[in-house]
Design a protein. Structure first.
Length: 408
């Protein structure tokens, strides 16, 4: 009995602890960064201007995730690129409150600087998820349980920073977020690099270019990217303008991190049971169910929300849906991609998310200012439903194609 207790933990256990630390600290630090929108709003950024800023950031993120995802596949190391993006991303983010805010050129400066740092910052979540999903799959670790550590600490961080803001001020949240990210960088340094096929070399020893044909001739992958475009357009509209929705009801925007923390808390149930759910239901059904839950939040915002408390209560649907989506979508992409293109497949998926963010932010800001808060969220609800219908329709088309091929 004593020998069993003193036995050294296996590599899988140690890696699970490291991944939990990386994921948990990462999302704890990111919870402090939710005040960027509040900071900009207090310095005169309207919904339309915020939409433009987010759209520019999404445009840079497209280049970021595609570039760094391809680089990580070429060098055969997700870990190296993750450490680099975390270090530069949070370091540049910490400098935002030191930018001049009352000069005639301040708005233009923010519109240039914040999207520019997204070249590094825009890949941080994608790379963190990539190293988590792939290691969990290769080592047979429970992704949902490890990812739920991130959601829990995001909740803790959101409540903590909401309590600290009245004392330290909103500008301090930027450098506090960077400070809290330092342990995550150390966890990343000691993380296991997922296995990758070694890059193919030609007769003269040069590394051959990656062949993306295996991805872009994959009907299921392309169909999912189309769904992702519509789905994330709705997500960007829902998430990036909810602060203005809170303000339209006369609620205190300094409590915004509590709203984000509450939603993260309700990601945990479906994340913990994600393994069992994936065994019982096909991933495509879990993805569509997640979208339905997130759409329900928008419908409730439009029809029934009248106070900050009701906004928080209805965000339960989004939290549950996002937990279900996180526990299924990344695995769906991972399963569709060949071994030597898994980082690239996930990068293109996130790039599609960023592309949708451009449309969602540019049009979302203008529509929000034009129609008002509640009609805006009713439109977002219908956009979610449209994405679900198109995703479901793609499987019907694929089924008919398979029947025709079998008949021939």
């Amino acid at each position: 009995m004593k020998r069993k207790l003193l036995r050294k933990p296996g590599p899988g256990v140690l890696e699970a602890i490291n991944l939990s630390g990386l994921n948990g600290v990462y999302w704890f630090a990111m919870s402090f960064s939710t005040y960027q929108a509040v900071y900009l709003q207090t310095h005169g950024f309207s919904a339309s201007l915020m939409g433009l800023l987010n759209a520019l950031g999404s445009a840079v993120a497209i280049a970021s995730v595609s570039f760094w995802g391809t680089v990580s596949d070429k060098v055969g190391s997700v870990k190296k690129i993750l450490v680099m993006s975390l270090t530069l991303g949070v370091g540049l983010f910490a400098l935002i409150p030191f930018l001049p805010v009352e000069k005639s050129y301040s708005t233009l400066l923010f519109l240039i600087y914040i999207p520019a740092i997204n070249f590094f910052r825009g890949s941080m979540t994608n790379l963190t998820d990539n190293i988590l999903v792939r290691n969990c799959s290769e080592l047979r670790l429970n992704f949902g349980v490890i990812r739920s550590v991130g959601s829990f600490l995001y909740t803790v961080g959101g409540v903590l920073i909401a309590a600290l803001v009245p004392y330290v001020g909103i500008p301090a949240t930027f450098w506090l977020s960077a400070l809290c990210m330092i342990p995550a960088i150390f966890f990343a340094l000691f993380a296991r690099d997922p296995k990758s096929r070694p890059p193919k070399r030609s007769a003269n020893g040069k590394v051959e270019k990656l062949n993306f044909g295996a991805l872009f001739h994959n009907y299921a992958y392309i169909s999912f990217l189309l769904f992702a475009f519509l789905f994330y357009t709705a997500c960007s509209c829902e998430g990036n303008f909810v602060l203005f929705f809170v303000k339209s009801l006369g609620a205190d925007t300094e409590k915004f991190s509590v709203f984000s923390a509450y939603r993260a808390l309700f990601e945990i149930p479906f994340l913990i049971f994600s393994v069992k759910l994936r065994r019982k239901f096909p991933l495509k059904y879990l993805i569509m169910a997640a979208a339905v839950l997130m759409a329900t939040e928008c419908l409730c915002f439009s029809l029934f929300a009248h106070s900050f408390f009701s906004i928080v209560a209805f965000s339960t649907f989004f939290g549950l849906g996002n937990g279900l989506f996180l526990g299924s979508a990344l695995h769906y992409v991972y399963d569709l991609a060949p071994d030597n293109l898994k980082a690239s497949a996930q990068a293109f998926f996130v790039a599609m998310q960023s592309t949708a963010g451009i449309l969602g932010n540019l049009l979302g800001g203008m529509v929000f200012d034009s129609v008002g808060a509640k009609p805006f969220y009713l439109l977002v609800f219908f956009l979610y439903i449209l994405s679900i219908l198109i995703f479901a329709g793609s499987f019907l088309i694929e089924k008919k194609r398979g029947q025709k091929a079998a008949a021939l």
